[in-house]
Design a protein around this ligand. Structure first.
Ligand code: HEM
Ligand code: HEM
Length: 421
């Protein structure tokens, strides 16, 4: 018996994939990763694209094990060849486009992990994630160029494919081609219900892709901070605890030494900024602080803080991963930032300013931290906020050097409690 249509599985996969590709292309035209909305659109594009890859591989396997219906006998040889080449080309598009997209995001400087539909973790392309230097750049431009070229190929082939299907449907009364994929379609009928349904669904999918506004991943509230690791200070070199001497007797007072402090658990080192107007609150979960400080011995006080930049969390794992990348902290080359202060100024009751150097991402610049300090016996409470110009340290490369989406000024806040040793 001659087959007059594709199998139900082949038909289902054809229309599902066709709809997904229309959606995917329209979505791609709206993507701009610099805005929170654009970033969310890229994440959706990745999820839909990987789904197309899996469906297309299943479809190819099905195709290779199930014979299609024969083409109408009246078709010219050149038409048969064109149909064949176009079909093979469409398989190359359906599989090649997602693979090149996958290669592109797996070798990107931004290092955003793929979480399909915000739920299912998807790995980077095997063997490419850990590349560095020129090899990584080469694969990235291969992925990028390949994706762009195949996207153009898709426009041409899909137009040709649809034109071919329409030609047979509208003008060739005795060549039932659309009926192969849309059983029941009568060739020669312009207002065939199946043809109208296909057009309506295609327009609906395009409109959905044009208007969908995937929720820009809202930051989850940050979990409580882990125990802060405190730098070990050599006990033998630690000065003895300072004896607080009444201010009225400075003349007989021995020269004061700075106390050594141990930072208590629950202390935080945070930062705040905005992205496209949306507030982002972040925190470093691993940092160490070596603190020698006494209000009576400001000249002998010294504070040194070392921050593990890979420990930055902002309540969104995809964003946190990209913060480590070359465009932001570049932790592969600059794992730590350090702030060293050795000049302290008393600016009012319990108020001080620490002056020092901040080394971040290979740039060292003067930085100041105004803070409030309250000491009760052997316990101290410190809170301070300062503002840093991220662009001065190269935090935010490429498009991110622009400050329209993420301002240059980032607020850094410190809240710690410490115990005198
Ligand atoms: C069949 C599936 C896919 C189709 C039809 C598709 C289509 C497109 C199109 C038309 C563009 C715009 C190209 C341009 O003008 O530069 C684009 C860009 C992009 N696609 Fe896909 N894509 C697919 C799968 C994927 C997958 C699976 C990923 C990643 C996992 C991906 C990641 C990207 C990225 C990151 C861009 C932005 C590139 C840039 O920076 O300009 N795509 N895609
Ligand atoms: C937009 C993305 C589309 C892709 C990637 C695509 C891909 C394909 C492929 C690869 C085949 C060959 C099937 C095989 O032998 O395994 C096919 C067949 C077919 N497609 Fe599409 N298609 C798309 C859209 C459409 C649209 C919009 C129409 C109708 C207007 C259509 C009508 C058909 C028909 C009638 C066949 C059967 C042709 C025959 O029996 O030779 N396709 N399509």
């Amino acid at each position: 018996m001659t087959r007059t249509r594709y199998s139900t599985v082949a038909i289902g996969l054809h229309w599902l994939i066709a709809a997904a590709i229309i959606f995917q292309v329209i979505l791609a035209w709206r993507m701009d990763g610099r805005t929170p909305q654009g970033f969310a659109l890229i994440q959706l594009h990745k999820s839909v694209g990987i789904s197309i890859l899996l469906l297309s591989l299943a479809r190819l396997a099905w195709r290779l094990t199930h014979r299609p219906p024969p083409l109408p006998a009246g078709m010219a040889t050149w038409e048969r060849w064109l149909a064949k080449v176009a079909h093979i080309g469409l398989y190359v598009i359906m599989i090649g486009l997602p693979i090149t997209g996958w290669i592109m995001v797996s070798t990107s400087r931004i290092q955003v992990p793929t979480l399909l539909f915000g739920m299912v973790p998807w790995p980077h392309f095997p063997g490419l994630a850990h590349l560095v230097g020129p090899a990584k750049t080469a694969w990235n431009s291969f992925g990028h160029t390949g994706h762009e070229v195949l996207a153009w190929g898709a426009y041409v082939l899909i137009a040709l494919h649809v034109a071919g299907a329409l030609k047979h449907q509208l003008f060739s009364r005795d060549e039932p081609v659309l009926a192969h994929m849309a059983p029941g379609a009568k060739p020669g009928r312009w207002f065939d219900p199946r043809l109208i349904a296909i057009a309506v669904v295609a327009l609906g999918v395009a409109a959905a892709a044009q208007t969908i506004r995937p929720a820009a991943q809202a930051s989850k509230p940050l979990p409580p901070p882990p125990v802060v690791e405190v730098a070990a200070v050599d006990a033998t070199s630690a000065p003895p605890p300072v004896v607080e001497v009444a201010a009225a007797t400075p003349a007989v007072q021995a020269p004061a030494e700075a106390s050594v402090w141990t930072v208590s658990k629950g202390s935080t080192l945070g930062f705040t900024t905005t992205w496209g107007g949306q507030a982002i609150e972040g925190r470093f979960d691993r940092w160490t602080a070596d603190i020698r400080f006494s209000p009576e011995a400001l000249d002998k006080s010294k504070v040194s803080v070392s921050i593990d930049l890979a420990s930055a969390v902002t309540g969104d794992s995809q964003r946190d991963e990209s913060l480590k990348g070359g465009d932001w902290f570049d932790t592969a080359n600059h794992a730590k930032a350090t702030f060293t202060a050795n000049r302290f100024e008393n600016t009012g009751t319990d108020r001080y300013v620490a002056h020092g150097q901040l080394a971040l991402r290979g740039v060292s610049r003067p930085a100041r931290l105004p803070f409030r300090l309250q000491i009760e016996g052997d316990k101290a409470r410190v809170s301070g906020v300062t503002s840093l110009d991220r662009t001065a340290f190269g935090v935010g490369q490429g498009e991110w050097t622009k400050t329209d989406q993420i301002p240059a000024d980032v607020k850094v806040n410190v809240n710690l409690t410490a115990t005198r040793r």
